[in-house]
Design a binder for this molecule. Structure first.
Ligand code: 6PG
Length: 241
């Protein structure tokens, strides 16, 4: 586990972008699962505005680790957020963007997306393998859209599951923990003081942290990198990078 701590979220965005460029370089194809929410916004802005010309976007194929079951025009849509902060600013072929169809019936879409992953990605022991899965952590310790109250979904048989947000009841389609842990590399992007307690719990495996789905992220490849700002890392005993 590689823990990188930077001054603030802008520096996290710069350093993650440099890492992304490095990961994409020299590959014929680069399959990436994106996270949603608000943290990626500044990361996508920096990647698009300061590093875009260092990436051959024709080789990058974007997927999502999770999506809200809303239309792509909805402000809650992770796809819409990614268009606004990334896709609208880079030259990426439309066929390289594989959104989860949030407007569709959730169970049917989870099956469709699982099949798409099986077709598009290499499989290891039958599990689709991403080159990179990007994750965030919710204030409650969820990751992708596997929430603590539905932690059983982590080991679901299906590659993609239908989850329910514990507060809003919003339906989500999410990849399961087996797909996450089969990835060649997993990068957590976590910033802000509100995440410090969960970051400490998950990284230092404190008492009771096993109730947090984020604590189950443990890629078989062993390649797990944390990109943290000092606020999110405040409870860790680490020197800033
Ligand atoms: C989503 C995300 C989710 C997110 C965390 C953190 O669809 O919301 O994929 O897992 O990464 O909730 O979200 P913030 O970055 O907004 O804190």
């Amino acid at each position: 586990m590689d823990i990188k701590i930077y001054k603030d979220k802008n520096e996290v965005a710069v350093q993650f972008s440099a890492y992304f460029v490095e990961q994409a370089a020299g590959r014929d194809v680069f399959h990436v699962a994106l996270s949603g929410g608000s943290t990626p916004k500044i990361v996508f802005d920096v990647l698009a505005e300061n590093f875009a010309d260092q990436v051959d976007w024709s080789k990058v194929h974007f997927y999502w680790g999770d999506e809200r079951c809303v239309p792509p025009s909805d402000d809650e849509s992770n796809y819409k957020m990614t268009v606004e902060h990334l896709f609208s600013k880079i030259d990426i072929p439309n066929e390289n963007i594989n959104r989860i169809l949030g407007e569709k019936e959730p169970n049917g879409e989870a099956m469709r997306y699982a099949n798409l992953l099986e077709i598009d990605l290499d499989r290891v022991d039958g599990i689709p393998q991403f080159d990179l899965v990007i994750l965030g952590i919710g204030d409650d310790g969820h990751t992708a859209s596997i929430f603590p109250h539905e932690i059983k979904l982590w080991n679901a048989e299906d590659h993609c599951v239908v989850a329910t947000h514990p507060d809003s009841g919003q339906k989500r389609v999410s990849i399961n923990g087996k797909v996450i842990n089969t990835a060649k590399e997993v990068a957590f992007l976590v910033t802000g003081a509100s995440k410090a307690e969960k970051v400490e719990a998950v990284i230092e495996k404190t008492e009771g942290s096993d109730v947090y789905p984020a604590s189950l992220v443990n890629p078989k490849s062993g390649r797990l990198i944390w990109f943290l700002d000092e606020e999110a890392a405040a409870k860790l005993n680490q020197d800033p990078s």
